[in-house]
Design a protein around this ligand. Structure first.
Ligand code: AMP
Ligand code: GLY
Length: 423
């Protein structure tokens, strides 16, 4: 098969690495990709949201399947664009329809969906500007801290967790007055859930599903989970508390009702579902859905799938996923993300990355990198995900940290305590 993968982060490098290994993969293109994906296939400089540009490329190169990495093209309706175009409707897109992508694109939609299908999630109220008084009353009924979420996509910055009631009320007013632009025209006010998070992923063909290895990511910039949120500073798989008992609860209470709910509501969904979960005293609750894989979780999840991934993706496209098997690698996988100085605030790009060829025993998944004058340079906040196997969590982490020290660029920093809260 000729495959076109959309996106340009560490997630896409890991997907490309895995897809490349399959004997079913003939040619692999990545649009737009990064310096790492260029080693797995051919980068094409078309934006993941340039639908007409992608159409032309798909026809020109006889692409058999399009795999979508990031949420933006999905929320903008790339699945429907292909389905409704007579020249493209035989080319499967791995990713949900625009209606399905609302699970991520609208937090209000996701909460109402969970409520309709009795899926455990924090109590909430959605308000617009006209409902400010109701929103304030709801805040007053909750215990601190208070959780405010902009309804729409806000590049991971749309969630505020606030200790004081007065400040939460002020922030709610600010959001409804446009501090998050259109994304915050509706605000979801939520009860705070206290526990440990983990990420569970499934692939579905709309009928059946397969659970992928679970992972835990570390979102805060600083050691000990301190400082501002980032896209993710590291990840570990498996997750010690996600044992058989916990995962059975996740499957029965969350995964099955989600798949059945999508079916009942006739929402076309063929792709990835990312369940952002909170383990509250052994019980799983849904914090959020995403309509794509996580980053950097994908780096460790792909490492732990032994099965042919292209065959699984083909199973999604052909709606025969039920007939496929998925085998996990029993080893641990851990990734440590090297980031640009200043990230998640302002940072400079174009710094030369040295030491990439001096590492050994780790996979270096590129995130924000580009090739320039024969060198690899930084091109984003998250730069390289140093990823390793081990017979246990500590072995995998030790190997990643050993190689993290070898890769160098001006301003480089990384967290030293990935996996600190797991057994
Ligand atoms: P999200 O953008 O939905 O992933 O939210 C960002 C982060 O906010 C999550 O990863 C959680 O750490 C935290 N969060 C979101 N909702 C809640 C909640 N109801 N209770 C506690 N923490 C939350
Ligand atoms: N690592 C979290 C995410 O991809 O949203």
């Amino acid at each position: 098969m000729n495959i076109l993968l959309l996106g340009s982060g560490g997630r896409e490098h890991a997907l490309a690495w895995k897809i490349r290994q399959s004997s079913h993969t003939e040619r692999l293109f990545i649009a737009p990709g990064n310096a790492g994906t260029a080693r797995e296939g051919v980068n094409v400089s078309i934006a993941a949201t340039d639908f007409p540009g992608l159409k032309q490329f798909v026809l020109q190169e006889a692409i058999d399947m399009v795999v979508v990495g990031p949420e933006e093209p999905l929320v903008k309706g790339i699945y429907d664009f292909f389905k409704n175009d007579p020249e493209l409707n035989t080319v499967p897109v791995i990713g949900p329809s625009q209606a399905g992508a609302q699970l991520e694109g609208s937090k209000d939609f996701a909460k109402a969906f969970m409520q309709r299908h009795a899926i455990p999630t924090a109590a909430y109220m959605s308000v617009t500007k006209a409902g400010l008084a109701r929103g304030i009353a709801f805040l007053q009924s909750l215990e601190p801290p208070y959780v405010l979420k902009a309804d729409g996509l806000a590049a991971g910055k749309g969630v505020l967790i606030i200790r004081e009631l007065d400040e939460a009320i002020r922030e709610l007013e600010r959001m409804l007055n446009g501090s998050f632009g259109k994304a915050g025209e509706t605000v979801v006010i939520e009860e705070f859930l206290s526990g440990v998070e983990c990420s569970v992923f499934v692939i579905t063909d709309g009928e059946s599903y397969k659970i992928l290895p679970e992972a835990k990511d570390y979102k805060r910039i600083g050691d000990g989970d301190t400082g501002p949120n980032t896209g993710g500073m590291g990840a570990v798989s498996p997750v010690s508390f996600a044992d058989e008992t916990f995962m059975r609860k996740v499957e029965e209470r969350i995964i099955v009702p989600t798949i059945e709910g999508l079916k009942k509501e006739q929402i076309d969904y063929k792709g990835f579902i990312f369940f952002g979960l909170m383990n509250v005293d052994g019980e799983p609750w849904v914090i959020e859905y995403n309509c794509r894989m996580g980053d950097p979780e994908t780096e460790v999840v792909m490492m732990r799938i032994q099965s042919d991934f292209t065959a699984l993706l083909h199973g999604i496209a052909e709606k025969n996923l039920a007939g496929k098997t998925i085998v996990f690698d029993p080893r641990y996988a851990a990734t440590v993300v090297l980031v640009s100085g200043g990230y998640p605030g302002d940072y400079e790009k174009g710094k030369t990355i040295d030491g990439l060829d001096e590492t050994s025993g780790s996979l270096l998944f590129h995130a924000g990198t580009a090739a320039k004058d024969g060198k690899t340079v930084t091109n984003g906040g998250r730069v390289i995900a140093v990823s390793s196997y081990g017979n246990n969590k500590d072995e995998a982490l030790k190997q990643s940290y050993r190689n993290a020290e070898i890769v160098r660029f001006e301003g480089c920093r990384y967290r030293k305590d990935i996996g600190f809260d797991l057994e």
